[in-house]
Design a binder for this molecule. Structure first.
Ligand code: SF4
Length: 244
């Protein structure tokens, strides 16, 4: 495998650098907005469902519309809403029908388990299986919840985290969710995993974009294997041009 960032810095060093330079604000993340405004576990899960395949800006808008209508985002109140109204309220988050179905299914199944206490008390592995059994809830949604709300030792992987784990050389090019999740958890350690997940999203948005990453301005440029490779390629191209 190509060089790994782990040979040049510890997970804590990378975490500290990212924290110092990115300084993400709590109102940039829907999960933090839900935790701050409501704080109950279903509200946090609902916020994570709304954030699937869209920006935090859009999911925050949808979450606040829902909250304004309901007063508080609870399973009982979501189930009282007519389905069409729920779809309209969360439309800013995109894919409103699928997300409304996931919100309702999650609410129903949580109430069948005795209410929101189940999300707080169920052992993390059992809870992961439960969350994954809800239509519209995948590994990332389940792991963000487990990591954020239950402080479970898991690393949630979104498209930013998968791309960055590859560029850092923590996993190979063909790695998928499970491999990247394991490697990032090992690199940062369980106590930093949850915050590191958010820092990686901020890094992916501001510097490590899918196309044209801004390596020359990135706070990790001196330790990132991908940036080094880019520099080598640029150097070879300059030398070839000089010889021609
Ligand atoms: S140096 Fe470039 S590839 Fe590495 S983390 Fe920063 S933006 Fe991404």
């Amino acid at each position: 495998m190509a060089a790994s960032i782990a040979e040049r810095a510890s997970g804590r060093e990378v975490y500290e650098r990212l924290r110092r330079s990115l300084r993400p604000r709590s109102d940039e993340y829907v999960v933090l907005v839900a935790a701050e405004k409501d704080g109950n576990p279903y509200a946090v899960l609902a916020a994570i469902i709304l954030s699937q395949n869209t920006s935090d800006k859009n999911s925050i808008r949808a979450y606040l519309r829902l909250r304004e209508r309901l007063g508080r985002v609870t399973p009982e109140k979501v189930l009282e809403l007519p389905e069409e109204e729920l779809v309209e309220l969360i439309r800013p988050a995109g894919l409103p029908r699928g997300k409304a179905r996931a919100l309702r299914e999650a609410a129903k199944r949580i109430l069948e388990k005795g209410g929101e206490r189940y999300l707080v008390e169920a052992p993390p592995e059992e809870l992961r299986r439960f969350l994954l059994s809800i239509p519209g809830v995948g590994k990332k949604t389940a792991d963000v919840f487990l990591s954020f709300y239950r402080k479970a030792p898991v690393f949630a992987v979104d498209t930013h985290a998968l791309r960055i784990a590859k560029r850092w050389g923590l996993v190979g090019e063909k790695a998928g969710y499970d491999e990247a999740s394991k490697a990032l958890l090992e690199f940062f350690g369980p106590e930093l995993a949850e915050e590191a997940h958010r820092l990686i999203i901020a890094l992916g948005r501001r510097y490590c974009r899918a196309r044209s990453p801004r390596c020359t301005e990135c706070p990790l440029r001196d330790i990132c294997p991908y940036a080094e490779k880019q520099q080598e390629q640029a150097g070879t191209a300059t030398r070839d041009a000089a010889k021609a």
